[in-house]
Design a protein around this ligand. Structure first.
Ligand SMILES: Nc1ncnc2c1ncn2[C@@H]1O[C@H](COP(=O)(O)OP(=O)(O)OP(=O)(O)O)[C@@H](O)[C@H]1O
Ligand SMILES: [Mg+2]
Length: 320
């Protein structure tokens, strides 16, 4: 069995486990697994009740690694995330109390409900995979991965993530409301005893991905071929965002790297050892969308990021 076959196989097992809880949302599940296989952080966005939290909790079971959840609230302080040193009276010395960030897989739930100072404590740790507490620096797990959820509508009392910080998320996973059939299935499950929440609580989801699998997957991804023309295509797509009339701030160089990595993962989960233009196209919106700032006049007109990404893709010649 080649390595790409084993990634495809791993993905299929992971999908099957997630499906025991999450109904539909196929593209969402694949994007989440792309983030996990590439060791990247993801932003999960959607209106209330579309199972953002439930998805990440389910993924934590599939991974079976150490998992923590931080519920972001307006009064959450940076030290509530990273930890603090306290003076131990009996021992007469300072001891470190590690915060919930010291884990492998972290759910940062409703990240835009805490103020910027607290958000940046997390975002900085995501970038550097280490934290500084009272001047001492502590490394985080090398597989440290954050899935942060947020609501797309900026309600009163929410703090939108600073544009520069969004760049730290490899992709933004957009969860939309289920279609009628899916909502019907959900309603029917709720009637019985096998509601999605109950299935998760009852231990229906098995761990199918180990840390060794992740390490192996990452090595395999490095071996996936990206033709020179496709590398150029990725660069041109990212550059086209900066030239677009609709865009005030385009995607930076980190986007190029992210799109390259995500495209390789997309090829791997399809069981291929080479990237195609479709891998790139299907991941452009999730990887690049959240890094763009539209010109206010177009935003007011109701132009969406998705429309702009589509236009950008139309402008760049696809290699044959
Ligand atoms: N696609 C789905 N598959 C399974 N369950 C779903 C799905 N969509 C909604 N649900 C149900 O909706 C409930 C709410 O999910 P969850 O709390 O994860 O939503 P959320 O997106 O995190 O909402 P909020 O933004 O309010 O935190 C779940 O417990 C589940 O019962
Ligand atoms: Mg939630």
């Amino acid at each position: 069995m080649t390595s790409t076959d084993s990634i495809k196989d791993l993905l299929q097992r992971a999908r099957a486990e997630v499906r025991k809880v999450i109904i539909g949302q196929e593209a969402v599940i694949d994007q989440a697994l792309i983030a996990i296989f590439t060791g990247s952080h993801a932003l999960v966005e959607g209106v209330p009740g579309v199972a953002k939290t439930l998805l990440v909790r389910t993924l934590s079971r599939v991974l079976g690694c150490e998992y923590n959840r931080i519920q972001f609230t307006p009064d959450l302080m940076p030290a509530d995330i990273t930890g603090t040193t306290i003076y131990d009276m009996q021992r007469g010395e300072f001891t470190l109390v590690r915060g919930p960030i010291f884990t492998t897989f972290l759910l940062a739930d409703e990240i835009n409900r805490a103020p910027a100072k607290t958000q940046s404590a997390l975002l900085q740790a995501m970038q550097e995979r280490r934290v500084t507490i009272d001047r001492d620096t502590h490394p985080l797990n090398s597989n440290f991965t954050v899935f942060a959820t947020q609501n797309p509508v900026e309600y009163e009392g929410t703090y939108p993530l600073p544009e520069a910080q969004k760049d730290r998320f490899m992709l933004k996973i957009a969860m939309s409301v289920p279609g009628r059939d899916e909502e019907l299935e959900l309603a029917q499950r709720m009637l019985g005893t096998d509601s999605p929440e109950a299935a998760l609580a009852a231990g229906a989801v098995q761990q199918v991905i180990s840390e060794a699998d992740l390490t192996g997957a990452r090595t395999t991804l490095e071996a996936i071929t990206v033709r020179g023309e496709l590398v150029a295509y990725i660069v041109d797509v990212v550059r086209a965002t900066r030239a677009s009339d609709f865009v005030l701030v385009g995607a930076g160089p980190r986007a190029t790297q992210a799109l390259l990595l995500a495209s390789r993962a997309s090829a791997a989960i399809a069981g291929r050892d080479f990237v195609t233009p479709d891998d790139v196209k299907s991941l452009t919106a999730p990887v690049i969308g959240h890094r763009l700032v539209l010109r206010p006049e177009y935003e007011l007109e109701g132009v969406t990021i998705e429309e702009v990404v589509t236009k950008v893709l139309e402008q760049v010649a696809v290699p044959r």
